[in-house]
Design a protein around this ligand. Sequence first.
Ligand code: NAD
Length: 504
Amino acid sequence: MHTIKNYINGEWIDAHEGEFQTLFNPSNGETIGEIPLCDFNQSRQATYAAAQAFQTWSKLPLPKRMGFIFKMHQAMVDNHEMLAESIAVDQAKHISEARGEVQRVIEILQMACTIPALIQGETITGIANNISGRVVRAPLGVFCGVAPFNFPALVFGWFIPFAIATGNTFVYKPSSDSPIFMQKMMQLIHESGLPAGVVNIVHGNRTVVESWYDDDNVVGLCLVGSTPTAKAMAEGCGRSGKKAMLLGGAKNSLVAMEDAPMDLLIENILISGYGSAGQRCLASSNIIAVSEVYDEIVERLIEASQGVTVGDAMNPNVFMGPVINAAAKERIEGYIQTGIDEGANLALDGRNPSLPKKISNGFYVGPTVFTDVKSEMTIAEEEIFGPVVSVMKVGCINGALRVVNKQKMGNGACIFTQNSYYTEKFINDADVGMVGVNVGICAPHPYMPFGGVKDSLIGNNKVQGKDAIDFFTQNKTATIRVVDPEGGQGPASKDTSVRSCVAS
Ligand code: NAD
């Protein structure tokens, strides 16, 4: 059994009123622990601790601050397998993918180690006699972050290293469906000697998040989650004037042109459509094929999907684990029924998939393929967040772009082609935040920004890269006149341009 605790001001503590939520292993449906649910007061206790810690953390010499980021990186390298297993247990991400997620966070931490080079300010001399201008990048205070269930490690990497390396402190709420990674990671951070209050973990539901909107100790909130949650948080942050970085849901397309490299294409549809059981913000759930290759893709995709094995996320011999919980299974199966009702052809039904003998329980949906899907059908428009792939036929690149661009969400889209005209047109005209060319999952490397457009990103701030530095710092501008102690104000005082510059 996993005992999950809050971590506030350097100490592991239980929920105030003893309220808990049960934690399940989705691979077998068994109870594996309890998560304490924070109330309003406990949440405020965490932000207060973070505000106190900010006073000293923000003034700590940069090499000392960065020392903790290096330690975080090393701790992840040294504990790679243990951390991957923590993700495979409660989130039930297949162990091979869980290892990949941990590796990606290690790369994010490598990027975070370059932060001293990225937060350097600018100076301009000679604005007027003896006057120069300087822009510094300063930390802001306490940020709070909210994670989705499907990337417990990645979202930690997107928020915490960037926030604290730039001098802020942090309060983090993992998803109540996948808290174990952060429990293990926080223990490693604790052992590294990070000062109390710099990073705090609070578990719970929306009550925790809502307590932050009018909390004077909090300067900004970040979320990775569904679009309705992002919009609710945008409202709360807007009312109280907090900074917000809010990544929302997704409905991604993969476009296959007549010259698509076919083996690569099919392999990538399997990885991006069924990886993490389709519970990825960059899952390709709509496959848009031009008519020349539509039949071949349908035939090969069904055959390949039939070969996708489903089972316990810790079983190295299966391709795909379960979905996160019973409600998700029910929702996905509901979408399959809607697809049938609206006239799509269910070419492969993932309900009641065949499972290894010893599995008698758990939340499983197998690979599901719909063909003859029309872009106005519910399954083509809404985020299903499960292993369901819809194949659509279009006439040409313009038809494909029309389907991509009519989506309300605009996280990612990929094109498979060897033609540079199609490639450039797609990069320019696809109305999404992240484009892939001959790659199934277009997740940008940590050096580059990650985030969508339209309903996939509420506001304008993205994670990773220089965008993350912009979000977690403020530009402060100084106008400086150097006065000669021997000569009073000197000639500068007669210079009218200086007077207007300083007065304005
Ligand atoms: P969710 O929106 O249900 O929950 C995310 C977090 O927000 C949880 O910690 C939850 O406790 C909290 N929350 C829920 N409702 C809230 C509310 N009204 N106010 C404040 N907080 C609230 O999302 P989920 O089901 O955990 O994760 C899946 C979703 O996340 C999908 O929509 C997926 O596309 C999205 N996602 C997006 C990205 C991206 O990069 N854009 C990455 C991963 C996941």
